[in-house]
Design a binder for this molecule. Structure first.
Ligand code: 13P
Length: 257
């Protein structure tokens, strides 16, 4: 890994209701005393649960962020919540451009860019998600698609020097399927992504995460790769037992490096 921290990011998606989110946050707060200082953890609860989860985790070293934001600060945008509002509710990060937003809710690269800009303006650290669909992969378009996603979002952006640039490579075919990308194949894409970002945001050393069917039993394989700084986990992050297994196996992997 090129960074000295290991990033364990938990996307709770719409798996947990209000009570379940608070129960999991409380359990993590309790266990957090034993977490290694080298682990940087961020959880992304539902918008409904974000404020109490952020309150619970404010005294422990676990960051909180929304799964999506809107780019206007305030106004007549029924059903939306702005980056500024999430910042005021205790967020430090924001997931942007997750494949479920892109494919189920028709978010475009242009929307993603506006959300990245709004996150930076609100002093949130965006976590930009990129990745190709199974069809795009079968057509040999993986690199083309991911480069377009990065370029559309980051070109001429002038990334602030004091803010991390975090990109999660999440191949759509690996999300929620149990069909995780082979670590060596993920590393090959991370290496490409690293070099594209070097060109798009000179002087910034990106943090790169892998996401897609990460489990306790396969997490170490990703963390051993030189351009993979951590993982973005869906299903296995929303249950205490499977998330703890990922934390424990990651800690072991970090100690071995
Ligand atoms: P799964 O870990 O459930 O495959 O989801 C990955 C993901 O989408 C994280 O953002």
């Amino acid at each position: 890994m090129t960074q000295n921290k290991t990033y364990l990011f938990a996307n709770w998606k719409m798996y947990l209701d209000y009570d379940e989110s608070n129960i999991l946050a409380n359990a993590l707060a309790e266990k957090s005393k034993k977490f290694s200082d080298e682990i940087e953890m961020t959880v992304f609860p539902s918008a409904l649960s974000l404020y109490p989860v952020a309150q619970t985790l404010s005294d422990v070293k676990i960051n909180v962020g929304p799964q999506n934001i809107y780019w206007v600060d305030k106004g007549g945008y029924t059903g939306e919540t702005s980056a500024q509002m999430f910042k005021a509710a205790g967020s430090s990060h924001a997931l942007i451009g997750h494949s479920e937003r892109r494919h189920l809710f028709h978010e475009t690269n242009h929307d993603v860019r506006q959300k990245i800009e709004a996150s930076l303006n609100a002093e949130l650290t965006p976590v930009l998600c990129v990745g190709e669909t199974e069809k795009e992969r079968d057509e040999g378009k993986t690199e083309e698609i991911v480069e377009i996603q990065l370029r559309a979002t980051l070109e001429d952006l002038n990334w602030p020097k004091d803010r991390e640039l975090i990109v999660a490579y999440e191949p759509v075919w690996a999300i929620g399927t149990g069909n995780a990308c082979d670590p060596a194949e993920a590393e090959r894409m991370h290496d490409k992504i690293f070099n594209w970002i070097k060109g798009l945001a000179p002087g910034i050393s990106p943090v790169l995460l892998y996401g897609g069917s990460v489990r306790g039993e396969n997490v170490e394989g990703y963390l051993q790769m030189s351009h993979i700084n951590g993982v973005l986990v869906g299903g296995s992050s929303a249950k205490l037992e499977s998330w703890m297994e990922i934390i424990e196996n990651s800690t072991r992997a970090v100690e071995k490096l």
